[in-house]
Design a protein around this ligand. Structure first.
Ligand SMILES: [Ca+2]
Length: 141
């Protein structure tokens, strides 16, 4: 009986790790308190977790003027097509997981570079003080 319980526990643990798409809204996944508060609007069933369906529903995000210093956690929003994060306190921005992005606007931050080489669909990026040589057609302000 003990062995059976242990086996069941092991299967449950494996099942839990397989559900990697569920993202708990906590300080580990979203270290920045302002961004963490911001993403709660996408938790449509208010259970403190962003599941696959809730994440897939977010194709546009506008978090301008939220005093955000880190967008760690945005990588979970893989369905994003349009992403606005202008007028924040960002010093870095990693969009390498947001491969569906077409439009980015991230001016008025403290970014020194923006690498969008992993974002093949990108059509325009509005950035200030930076230039990604992989696509000279971007707008820079
Ligand atoms: Ca939820």
């Amino acid at each position: 009986m003990l062995a059976l319980v242990m086996l069941f526990g092991l299967v449950s643990a494996l099942g839990g790790s397989a559900m990697a798409a569920d993202v708990t809204i906590d300080s580990t996944n979203f270290p920045d308190a302002n961004f963490r508060e911001f993403v709660k609007q996408y938790d449509t069933n208010n259970n403190g977790v962003l599941n696959t369906e809730e994440l897939a529903a977010v194709t546009t995000m506008d978090c301008g003027y939220y005093n955000i210093a880190s967008l760690k956690g945005v990588e979970h929003f893989t369905a994003l097509k349009t992403f606005y994060c202008y007028n924040n306190q960002l010093t870095s921005l990693d969009l390498s997981s947001n491969t569906a992005l077409m439009h980015i606007s991230c001016y008025n931050n403290q970014l020194t570079s923006l690498d969008v080489s992993a974002v093949p669909a990108i059509r325009d990026a509005v950035v200030n003080g930076t230039k990604d040589s992989s696509n000279p057609a971007y707008d820079f302000y």
